[in-house]
Design a protein around this ligand. Structure first.
Ligand SMILES: [Zn+2]
Ligand SMILES: [Zn+2]
Length: 330
């Protein structure tokens, strides 16, 4: 047979040839396309999350409720010095410890964000409630944002780094809190960074009732002890706790010493550790984030870990990851 005739016999009509090709496409082609599209979507979501914390958006997207609340707390903290009573100061000190050390350091940070221990359910509710009363955001918001900080530490996407392009110490300390983020951005953040937590009923409960917990303590404090109790127990207590936490974000990524070579700029800073019940040993923490113990040397005092030890001894906390890591740099 002449070679020129061969194609005619093998494929007599183009239309017949096309139809089977569409059906016979490799079986996994669709799956591959879908997987590629999914990867693209995930990458776009990640970029959207990182961008939602970029300081370049600040002046166009200010969160007025946060700005007004934080300003009000600071004004109240100054006014408190004109309303001093020892009872009010004592209540402020007690609530400061309860909300910052137990609520934030133990509850939000070491327990919820890093799973460095497990807690019996009533204790879990109590420590998370203490965290809510600190006014530092809902448990989910705090944990998801903090996990993002560890994931992108001192790189673009870190919510509060003093080292990325647009950012400085003040951005890391306070300005980043004033950046408004859409509910879609928040949902993406939860889906990516707290997928195992976001639907838990206890966390959903705090998510839905967060505003109530911001108002209720002020009403109770005023009813119990008038202006001195309100200004000290709420405003001054919250303002000092805010700055203690914020110094962990700003100062401990700027100043101090390092026990470990981590890929970020985290440092150990004694005076932040004093202010924040042990959280200032931040280089230790970045090197071993899931360890319940932030102080790794004998002189690195960690008052929050003392409470964890007591909870472990009584069985309220269990599966505590508290082995002193080794080796640390000399
Ligand atoms: Zn850090
Ligand atoms: Zn952490």
């Amino acid at each position: 047979m002449p070679a020129a005739l061969a194609p005619k016999t093998s494929s007599p009509r183009p239309s017949v040839q096309h139809a089977p090709q569409a059906v016979v496409r490799p079986k996994n082609a669709d799956a591959k396309l879908q997987a590629a599209a999914k990867r693209e979507r995930a990458e776009a979501d990640r970029e959207r999350i990182y961008d939602s914390f970029n300081s370049k958006h600040l002046w166009r997207r200010i969160s007025w409720p946060v700005l007004i609340w934080i300003t009000a707390m600071h004004v109240g903290a100054v006014a408190a010095f004109f309303f001093i009573t020892w009872q009010a100061v004592a209540v402020a000190v007690g609530l400061h410890w309860l909300t910052l050390s137990i609520g934030i350091c133990l509850g939000y940070h070491r327990f919820l964000s890093h799973k460095s221990m497990k807690l019996r359910t009533p204790a879990e509710f109590f420590v998370l409630l203490c965290g809510v009363l600190s006014g530092e955001g809902s448990p989910l918001t705090w944990a998801a944002t903090h996990r993002l900080h560890h994931h992108r530490s001192d790189q673009p996407g870190d919510p509060h780094s003093p080292h990325t392009d647009h950012d400085d110490g003040w951005w890391a300390h306070i300005y980043w809190l004033f950046l408004d983020r859409s509910s879609r951005d928040t949902q993406l953040l939860y889906e990516k960074y707290t997928p195992e937590l976001k639907d838990r009923p206890m966390l959903q409960f705090f998510e839905k009732t967060y505003g109530l917990w911001m108002v209720l303590p002020g009403v109770v404090l005023y009813a119990v002890g008038g202006m001195p109790m309100l200004l000290w127990g709420l405003c001054a207590r919250m303002t000092y706790a805010y700055h203690s936490t914020w110094f962990v974000n700003s100062a401990t990524h700027l100043w101090g010493y390092r026990n470990y070579e981590t890929r970020d700029e985290s440092k150990n800073l004694w005076w932040v550790a004093v202010l924040s019940y042990g959280e200032g040993w931040h280089n230790n923490h970045h090197a071993h984030p899931s360890n319940a113990r932030a102080g790794h040397k004998w002189y690195e005092l960690d008052p929050t870990f003392w409470v964890i030890k007591a909870l472990k001894a009584t069985g309220i906390a269990y599966d505590v990851k508290d082995k002193v890591p080794a080796p640390a740099k000399a």
